[in-house]
Design a binder for this molecule. Structure first.
Ligand code: GRF
Length: 196
């Protein structure tokens, strides 16, 4: 059973999809810890309701950036995590975490990277950029995390057509809905080879 650590800052619908898939036996995994920089976010509430340890780590708990970085990496290790999932986590990871967990951190991004990724490209900004660019196709990218925002080897991508009457809001809704199944399906391929 693969042990997952999920990093999230927002509503946590992707986290919920993972929790549900584990519960329903769709994913041979267990979320052993959820970590957030936002103690009040939906993801933290979802974790608590599911009985999963929910840890708040941020500039408030650790004003020193290096201490925060180490605390994050340590918390993942303490919960014996095999694979780290960034599911709407808004902070850049520190050097220690990136080194300690190299090759074991996965991020989901709601566009076809490298299009519409990088600093500032999160939440509604991504979908606004897709509409403004006049793209006819957008999608979802799941990739391993390297140093910078939205960089690292692609694991899986799926395309989603942009409808002529789409605005950023309708597109955001549709892409997010598709993220849930796509994330679970991609994680299934990743966890199938992990420890039993
Ligand atoms: C998703 O669109 C994800 O791709 C992006 O942040 C959003 C998180 O949504 N990185 P939720 O918190 O899982 O509902």
């Amino acid at each position: 059973m693969t042990r997952l650590g999920v990093l999230a800052s927002g509503s946590g619908t992707n986290l919920q999809a993972i929790i549900d898939a584990c519960r329903d036996g769709m994913l041979a995994a267990r979320v052993t810890v959820v970590i957030s920089n936002n103690s009040q976010c939906g993801a933290m509430k979802r974790a608590r309701s599911a009985g999963i340890p929910a840890i708040h780590l941020s500039g408030k708990t650790h004003p020193d950036a290096e201490a925060l970085d180490r605390a994050l990496s340590d918390a993942l290790a303490e919960h014996d995590v095999d694979l780290v999932i960034m599911a709407g986590y808004m902070k850049r990871l520190g050097e220690h975490t990136l080194n300690d967990w190299q090759g074991r951190i996965v991020n989901i991004h709601p566009s076809l990277l490298p299009r519409h990724g990088g600093a500032g490209m999160y939440g509604p900004n991504v979908h606004r950029a897709v509409i403004e660019a006049g793209d006819e196709v957008t999608g979802i990218t799941i990739h391993y995390v390297e140093g910078d925002y939205d960089t690292g080897p692609t694991i899986a991508q799926t395309e989603i057509p942009v409808a002529p009457d789409d605005d950023a809001e309708s597109l955001a809704r549709r892409v997010l809905e598709e993220e849930h199944a796509f994330l679970v399906a991609t994680l299934r391929t990743l966890v199938s080879g992990s420890r039993g």
